[in-house]
Design a protein around this ligand. Structure first.
Ligand code: NAI
Length: 331
């Protein structure tokens, strides 16, 4: 089957080639799927998409008119696909439900450690032969309170890591995992208590209408003065403008983010030759207590291998008429 693979990067093409082993005729494209690029899918039975691709209604209609019947998402999230429209057009959608929660939890810990111990600043200084320690003082994580918002696959692993560092852990989730309570001493409570009683708040719930801007100006005002806020889940969980105000007053002491509300068209690309028009991210860059990575928390060899293998498995199942179990169903 011919498969057009949108948004391929140097980092993920080798793992897709390894997993495919020549079974499907893969047409690897670096461009994102948009209304302008959708015509490149002509002649394909299926397409494979990444998180920044746009599978909105007009794009799906065009795909349908070209005879594309299957979308294999190389991600767990599917908020970039109009599922109702896909269903109406008879286009099936499958995803990679879990590829490595360890990758994301470990990157979250990397942000916490780097911000606390000011590794980004120390690294720059030392490269300039500046060996002064002034301004680099951190805090012991041991004995601090960490608040984990969302204790699903990623949040639960982060809890175990934080427990290893000797943190007291508060958590908020719709489902209270008894193992986390018994083995790691987690205290489950409401979202407000978690965010307002913690020295470090880390977000791991999905983005839904309920969770959008859960960290807003009001919540930031109630947080512990100088607390650390980490977001490796989805940018929309945080009102970024309110975070900037919190950073300016010192209410937020540290901010680590791997995801950004306006990341589409910005993250995953090299903009170093252009003038970035986004004043919010530009302002964030001016704070030395802010650490930004561009949606790389998932990026480990293990995760890429798992993403590629599941994507190819989904494509194989579609071609042979089997159910993969990874289909995204419209409620
Ligand atoms: P998961 O589904 O295992 O866990 C999510 C948890 O949030 C569940 O325990 C669920 O009960 C809870 N939850 C959902 N809505 C809630 C609400 N309104 N109130 C309280 N709890 C609620 O998901 P997983 O695998 O842990 O992923 C978490 C998030 O991480 C994903 O939604 C995704 O946005 C993000 N992610 C980020 C990546 C990155 O590279 N930065 C890569 C993969 C995922």
């Amino acid at each position: 089957m011919k498969v057009t693979v949108f948004s391929t990067h140097k980092f993920d093409r080798p793992s897709l080639e390894d997993a495919n082993q020549g079974r499907h005729a893969m047409n690897y494209l670096e461009v994102r799927l948009t209304e302008d690029t959708v015509a490149l899918a002509k002649g394909s039975g299926a397409i494979a998409l990444f998180t920044m691709d746009d599978a909105s209604a007009p794009v799906l209609e065009a795909l349908h008119s070209f005879g594309v019947k299957y979308i294999a998402l190389r991600s767990a999230g599917f908020n970039h696909v109009d599922l109702k429209k896909a269903k109406a057009l008879g286009i099936k959608v499958a995803r990679v439900p879990a590829y490595s929660p360890y990758a994301v939890a470990e990157h979250t810990m990397a942000l916490i450690l780097a911000l606390n111990r000011k590794i980004h600043r120390a690294h720059n200084r030392v490269r300039e032969m500046n060996f002064s320690l002034n301004g680099l003082t951190g805090f012991d994580l041991h004995g601090k309170t960490a608040g984990v918002v969302g204790s699903g696959k990623i949040g639960a692993i982060l809890i175990k890591i934080l427990h290893g560092f000797g943190c007291d852990i508060l958590a908020y989730d719709r489902y209270e995992d008894p193992e986390l309570v018994q083995k790691y001493g987690v205290r489950f409570t409401d979202c407000d208590t978690v965010c307002t009683h913690s020295d470090i708040v880390s977000l791991h719930v999905p983005l839904t209408p309920d969770t959008r801007h859960m960290i807003d100006a009001g919540m930031i005002g109630r947080m512990k003065k100088g607390a650390m806020l980490i977001n490796t889940s989805r940018g929309g969980l945080v009102d970024t403008k309110a975070v900037i105000e919190g950073l300016k007053t010192g209410q937020i002491g540290y901010f680590g983010m791997d995801v950004y509300e306006e990341e589409d068209g910005l993250f995953f690309e090299d903009h170093s030759d252009t003038i970035v028009q986004d004043d919010i991210i530009s302002r964030l860059m001016t704070f030395n207590n802010v650490l930004i990575t561009s949606h790389q928390a998932f990026l480990t060899h293990t995760a890429l291998k798992n993403i590629a293998e599941t994507t190819l498995y989904n494509l194989d199942c579609f071609e042979t008429g089997k159910v993969s179990g990874n289909e995204v169903l419209v409620e």
